[in-house]
Design a binder for this molecule. Structure first.
Ligand code: GLA
Length: 384
């Protein structure tokens, strides 16, 4: 952080007036449950994005990205213009959302730095929105409830960029806790509790390095299928509001009332909600192996029911069953490519990542990147 501030001074000749950092996140269990008002186990990671800014004259904003020295600019007065094509879209989107919520965000000169891998499924965009959101609130001398800040980030994705994502990414970045997962409830939009992972285990991220170019549209289509299933189920179970309220038995009884595809989508969401609660219970009871098996089950359900896996992701999860040291693995995040997470014995994590990457390279020709993840704390402003 100190280095980042020094680079900022060198660039702008002044201290930043506001600075903030926000981490990336891993979805551990609870795939596509957030927009169904369900439960999710997730964590923030040690990789973070930092944002620092000073007010500037006028409404034009400049942001330098210290990763490659590139510069982004946009005009806050042009609220209705098409979003910037570069990463400035997340920052402008967030500034507009804060203004909409009453914060007097001025024009600014800013800088960013990040160790969150881009487009990997670790929510680099949510980390950027959140860091910028916190920094700009400070610049505007305004405050926002943290859950509302998460909603502002979601609104950037939903309204400004047209991707109908849930709240998971921004929420995990804001509420992540050091050395623990969080069990979040997306009906009440609260963290129910933390769920520690025993110290002898780590999550290893292995990136398939391949992503469909249809990710966004497929995501929205899955969401529509879930809504369709929910509307059928709500007629049958009047007290239900979303798929979160439906049990496996209720869904199974209504199997003939919906398209077979829609049934499988709902089966995934209902199964994931159950696995989240069961997973937290198993960890409480010290049954890490049982928890690992749920990760494999979750992936299988993604593959068969939700169809958001890819051959590459499937192969990485297949490898997890034979390479020693792993207790469970699954795709993580939206799917359709991106990353897998592997629950691995800490002492074998490096060797494990190496062996999986080698086998993956042999089969696909692709060099997979891996990260042995530390569970980090949530987003915060920085004083210096
Ligand atoms: C993406 C979305 C989240 C969530 C996950 C799937 O990461 O941004 O809101 O829906 O996919 O669980």
């Amino acid at each position: 952080m100190q280095k980042f501030i020094e680079k900022f001074r060198a660039r702008y000749g002044t201290d930043p007036a506001a600075a903030a950092c926000a981490p990336g996140r891993l979805e551990i269990l609870g795939n596509h449950t957030d927009y169904n008002e369900g439960v999710v186990l997730s964590c923030a990671v040690a990789q973070t994005t930092c944002f620092a800014a000073v007010p500037a004259k006028g409404t034009v904003c400049r942001i330098v990205d210290f990763r490659d020295g590139s510069e982004m600019t946009f005009d806050l007065a042009e609220a209705d213009a098409a979003p910037p094509k570069d990463g400035g879209r997340y920052i402008k989107g967030m500034a507009l959302e804060l203004i909409r919520r009453g914060a007097a965000v001025p024009g600014f000169d800013a800088a960013i730095e990040s160790s969150v891998p881009l487009s990997a499924g670790m929510s680099s965009s949510a980390a950027l929105e959140t860091a910028a959101g916190l920094g700009l609130l400070k610049l505007a001398n305004a405050e926002l409830d943290p859950a509302e800040l998460a909603r502002a980030g979601q609104a950037v994705e939903n309204g400004y960029l047209g991707l109908k994502t849930g709240l998971l990414d921004q929420f995990s970045s804001i509420f992540g806790r050091e050395n623990a997962m969080i069990l979040s409830d997306f009906r009440s939009v609260t963290v129910r509790r933390t769920v520690p992972l025993p110290g002898e285990y780590v999550f290893v991220v292995i990136n398939s390095m391949k992503k469909h170019n249809l990710v966004d549209s497929e995501y929205n289509v899955r969401r529509r299928d879930c809504e369709e299933a929910a509307s059928v189920m709500c007629q049958i179970v009047p007290e239900a509001k979303t798929l979160r309220d439906i049990s496996w038995e209720q869904l199974n009884c209504a199997r003939d009332r919906m398209h077979e595809r829609v049934f499988r989508r709902a089966l995934h969401v209902v199964g994931e909600c159950t696995r989240v609660i069961e997973g937290a219970r198993l960890l409480d009871a010290g049954d890490v192996a049982g928890f690992g098996r749920l990760l494999f089950e979750s992936h299988e359900s993604s593959r068969v029911n939700f169809e958001n896996s890819t051959p590459e992701l499937d192969y990485l999860v297949e490898l997890a069953k034979s390479v020693p040291g792993c207790l469970g693995a699954r795709l993580s995040g939206g799917g359709f490519g991106g990353i897998t997470i592997h629950l691995v014995e800490r002492a074998r994590a490096e060797e494990y990542a190496k062996r999986v990457a080698e086998a993956y390279k042999m089969r696909t020709g692709i060099a997979a990147e891996s990260i042995i993840c530390a569970l980090g704390g949530g987003a915060h402003t920085v004083t210096f």
